[in-house]
Design a protein around this ligand. Structure first.
Ligand SMILES: O=P(O)(O)OC[C@H]1O[C@H](OP(=O)(O)OP(=O)(O)O)[C@H](O)[C@@H]1O
Ligand SMILES: NC(=O)CC[C@H](N)C(=O)O
Ligand SMILES: [Mg+2]
Length: 505
């Protein structure tokens, strides 16, 4: 779950891209990058770190142009330490292309081989996004037939890409001299939305992972990009869209609603905040079945993501809602940090328990999800150290028992605390006196309550059902073998200034 953005404007877009990446920061903390085009020149700057640390004034000045794309990265392929895998990616032919990708391809190995043997394209990193860019480049080359591009050819290329590529992908790409192309996989696993702003010089367009980036920058959400759909915005601001997949069916990743997305985003017609409130309601019903009235003195969220669910749960059960854990606002999201050691240390740095809220009380701590158990283990300890009598734990999502292969970094079953364990065993592992999990159906219903038109989800990390149909036990074994702990070393930035004539190809 990286964050992506593409903008076509009538004025320089560097600041707009920077500001939108700040609004998408919660989707990726490892690296950030921006690529703009002025005339036929691409300018790109990307480096490891948070948006505010990556871009200096001099880097911003080196990004002129009225159209461009941006990316914040949370790696699912390759490694977080590799600057070469930071995005956007660039390829020079045909026309000159830059691309930013949110998601994870499930057939990138065979595509990589095919690209090398048949399409004669060389991939120089372990990133699946570089594979995706090269498939797009190859298909654009074929669709343009050696000539110039038009919308029909661009959409043909995306259709051909959908037939070759499998997995989760929301993409923004820039074609030098033409405009911005955005598309979403046929299941719409990863989110992508479109918005516009009226300016004196005409309409500005933005395509991005979450509507919060639109709203925060004065754009109006027009709509979600549909699963399988491609949207092309020319440098003049003309927009064309086409369905490019044979059997598109919306199956958004339910983990976006549980944890990934900002609560103030609207995603596939669902207010994320509203969905989380409803998860809290369903969880309240389960908690009520499990505990005797009066057994819980106080309900507490684990900041930040569980707040709406915890609040609604407390309100439904008529129990005091208290903020017993204070969050250090300068520590980011721990789940998406690279490496277990840094994640564990960061939970303690990020959250501190306030004794006065715990002393002698039976506390129900609510989190949105328990994945590796890093947070819950530490938090239960902290609650006990702070003097709690009983420490109960509730998760607004069901147990995470299966790897995620579509863009969330949960690759190995053995690191998932719920893998192969009963609820009682998990409670023991995290040291809680009792543990209540949401049911899978209730979690889905919470989102469907907000938008009944969503008929199915990618809920694979909860139910083990992989909607792309290509995930075998051998695939999961292979992925697990390949992915160990990622390195955390950062490298310096990479300045790229690529001058060339776009239509010379
Ligand atoms: O079981 P774990 O592996 O610890 O993962 C789950 C935890 O990680 C996330 O919090 P995070 O600190 O990333 O972000 P938040 O501030 O948005 O809650 C999530 O909200 C849970 O608290
Ligand atoms: N989380 C994501 O969307 C990751 C994008 C891409 N697979 C990468 O690893 O860089
Ligand atoms: Mg959390």
């Amino acid at each position: 779950m990286c964050g992506i953005v593409g903008v076509v404007s009538h004025a320089p877009v560097n600041q707009l891209l920077y500001d939108s990446l700040l609004l998408l920061q919660h989707r990726g903390q490892d690296a950030a990058g921006i690529a703009t085009a002025n005339g036929n020149n691409f300018n790109m700057y990307k480096a490891g770190g948070l948006v505010r640390d990556v871009f200096r004034t001099r880097n911003m000045r080196s990004l002129p142009g009225n159209a461009g794309i941006g990316h914040v990265r949370y790696p699912t392929a390759g490694s977080s330490a590799s600057l070469e895998e930071a995005q956007p990616f660039y390829v020079n032919a045909p026309f000159g292309l830059t691309l930013a990708h949110n998601g994870n391809l499930t057939n990138s190995e065979s595509l990589r081989d095919e690209l090398f043997r048949i399409d004669r394209r060389h991939i120089n990193t372990s990133s699946d996004s570089e594979v995706l860019l090269n498939v797009l480049a190859h298909e654009l080359q074929l669709a343009s037939n050696g000539g110039s591009l038009d919308e029909a050819a661009i959409f043909r290329a995306v259709s051909a890409l959908h037939r070759r590529v499998k997995g989760g992908y929301a993409v923004v790409a820039q074609i030098a001299g033409y405009g911005i192309l955005a598309f979403r996989d046929p299941f719409g696993i990863r989110p992508l939305c479109l918005g516009s702003a009226e300016t004196e010089s005409g309409t500005e367009w933005m395509v991005t992972s979450e509507s919060v980036a639109l709203e925060g920058l004065g754009f109006k959400l027009s709509r979600d990009v549909l699963p399988g759909e491609a949207v092309f915005i020319s440098l003049d601001g003309d927009l064309a869209a086409a369905q490019c997949a044979d059997n598109p069916i919306l199956s958004p990743c339910i983990f976006e609603y549980v944890y990934m997305a900002r609560p103030d985003s609207l995603m596939d017609g669902v207010s994320v905040y509203d969905a989380r409130l409803r998860m809290g309601e369903y969880l309240a019903a389960k908690v009520a079945e499990r505990f005797a009235p009066g057994d819980i003195d106080v309900v507490m969220p684990i900041p930040d993501s569980s707040r709406p669910a915890a609040m609604q749960l407390a309100s439904r059960l008529n129990i005091d809602y208290r903020e017993g854990f204070i969050k250090n606002r300068y520590v980011g999201r721990t789940f998406i940090m690279p490496g277990q050691a840094v994640r564990k240390k960061s939970v303690r740095q990020k959250l501190n328990a306030m004794g006065v809220e715990f002393k002698g009380k039976n506390v129900l701590i609510v989190d949105d999800s328990i994945v590796r158990g890093t947070t819950s283990r530490e938090i239960v300890d902290m609650a006990r150290e702070a003097g709690a009598n009983k420490v109960y734990f509730a998760s607004a999502a069901p147990p995470v028992r299966f790897p995620n292969v579509y863009g969330i970094d949960m690759p190995t079953r053995s690191e998932l605390i719920a893998y192969g364990r009963s609820d009682e065993e998990i409670a023991r592992q995290i040291g809680a006196d009792a543990l209540v999990y949401q049911d899978i159906e209730a979690m889905k219903q919470a989102v469907r309550d907000v938008n009944p038109a969503i008929t199915q989800f990618d809920a694979s990390c909860f139910d083990g059902h992989y909607i792309t149909g290509d995930i075998t036990p051998e695939y999961l074994d292979r992925t697990e073998r390949r992915r160990g702990e990622e390195g955390t070393e950062r490298q310096g930035g990479l300045q790229v200034n690529l001058g060339y004539a776009a239509n010379d190809v």
